[in-house]
Write a protein that binds this ligand. Structure first.
Ligand code: FES
Length: 152
């Protein structure tokens, strides 16, 4: 059985029909066609699915759709900018941080949330913020470089 659920996603009010408990990641990708958030582990452990819920980084694979509906805003990678002009996205492009690129959605969204909360962090703080975002290719050096560029 599905319920009608309203979400404020990337500044637009969207209606979806979802069973209670359905993961937000599934709703974003399968119902709303937003493929920025990636499915990695599905267990809240890798960070590939990270979105912003009321400005805070959240792992959408373990957020229930009704929890997201109670938030004032859900922002996915697509909501940062449509053309890569967001400063954090630009930093990741400048640093050529991607190898396969699968983890980068989560890296970008995590850095975005962190810099919004801590505008002038040192490298150690950035490293700590990204500690639980996993990259299987091992491009952590480039990812850190991107985070440092984004931090200014
Ligand atoms: Fe959500 Fe890994 S897919 S944390």
């Amino acid at each position: 059985m599905t319920d009608s659920v309203f979400l404020m996603v990337n500044g637009e009010r969207r209606e979806v029909h979802a069973a209670p408990g359905k993961p937000l990641l599934t709703v974003l990708r399968n119902d709303l066609g937003l493929n920025g958030p990636k499915f990695g582990c599905g267990l809240g452990e890798c960070g590939a699915c990270t979105v912003l819920l009321d400005g805070k980084a959240a792992r959408s694979c373990v957020v229930r759709v009704e929890t997201a509906a109670a938030c004032a805003s859900v922002v996915t990678l697509e909501g940062l900018s449509s053309d890569g002009s967001d400063p954090v996205q630009k930093a990741f492009i400048k640093a050529q941080a991607a190898q396969c690129g699968y983890c980068l959605n989560g890296m970008v969204m995590t850095v975005k949330a962190f810099l919004d909360a801590v505008p002038d962090p040192d490298e150690a703080a950035l490293k700590e913020a990204l500690r639980y975002n996993l990259c299987r290719c091992g491009t952590h050096v480039e990812i850190m470089k991107a985070a440092c560029i984004a931090a200014g």
